[in-house]
Design a protein around this ligand. Structure first.
Ligand code: ADP
Ligand code: MG
Length: 255
């Protein structure tokens, strides 16, 4: 039997005496797209920080492709096939768009800090970076400094960087935050394209995006996953409506 791509078992996280994640359970199958929704401060970003190894869990277990990743460092988890983006845009501002992508590819190919010595010869990295560049629609920005890109393009680049390493489990934290409707529609198409066949967990507030993209929706409220189900069933779940959707959903999402 194929293992789950990602599983959280009774995960808890305390900061000082405050328990922020209070026994979270979650399962994602390979290739599944999960939207993670919930009120501000519910613990969505913290969950991503725990999964990616940025924070250690206080208790509980997290399994990536059937293997526990608790206690591993972020780069080790990354090498095991998990990659994340951040809620705040996180690109190398003083590198070009292409160089940003190539860095990410090189990292995944096992090149480390001396990679600059070999750059011109690394045709495989170049090709892969070019490929991603095209997928994210930034070929025309290839040599632009990443820090000078318009916001939506920076976020597209960030998604490109996140997938460039070839991870098969991708975590995106509010990739469409701060975008116009048109920009966010574009971002969703891009996400669909670059994560095809991969497992995706995506924190998202825009219910249009959530219901359009997700196979299942995980609802995080006050440090717990109170529901994880198909969009239709989450929509009609009374606990979810009370905790979240009623407050934030556009009319058509609650109708
Ligand atoms: N490093 C930290 N130290 C202490 N408290 C934190 C830390 N990170 C997050 N928190 C707290 O955890 C709670 C959940 O935050 P967060 O995971 O960012 O929520 P969300 O992403 O769902 O909006 C908030 O109350 C936040 O203040
Ligand atoms: Mg957050």
């Amino acid at each position: 039997m194929t293992p789950l791509a990602l599983e959280l078992r009774d995960v808890r996280k305390r900061f000082g005496s405050t328990e922020i994640i209070r026994g979270a359970h979650l399962q994602a199958s390979p290739g599944e797209r999960l939207a993670v929704i919930g009120p501000n401060g519910a613990g969505k970003t913290t969950l991503f920080n725990l999964i990616s190894g940025r924070f250690g869990v206080s208790s509980g277990d997290i399994l990536l492709n059937g293997q526990s990743i608790v206690g591993l460092r972020p780069f080790e988890i990354n090498r095991m096939g998990l990659s994340r983006s951040f809620q705040i845009t996180n690109v190398f501002h003083r590198l070009s768009v292409f160089e940003n992508l190539r860095c990410s590819v090189l990292w995944s190919l096992g090149y480390r800090y001396s990679f600059w010595r070999h750059l011109p010869r690394l045709a495989d990295a170049r090709e892969r970076a070019e490929q991603i560049l095209e997928q994210i629609g930034l070929t025309h920005r290839r040599d632009a400094l990443a820090g000078l890109l318009p916001y939506a393009e920076q976020r597209a680049l960030e998604i490109g960087i996140t997938v460039a390493g070839g991870a098969d489990v991708i975590l995106l934290d509010e990739p469409t935050a701060g975008m116009s409707r048109a920009e966010s529609d574009g971002a969703v198409e891009l996400i669909r394209k670059v994560t095809a066949g991969k497992t995706l967990l995506m924190v998202e507030h825009d219910m249009g995006v959530v219901f359009g993209l997700a196979d299942r929706i995980a609802v995080v409220v006050y440090g717990e996953v109170i529901a994880c189900d198909t969009p239709a069933r989450v929509r009609s779940n009374p606990a979810v409506q009370e905790a979240y959707l009623g407050l934030h959903a556009p009319a058509e999402a609650t109708a």
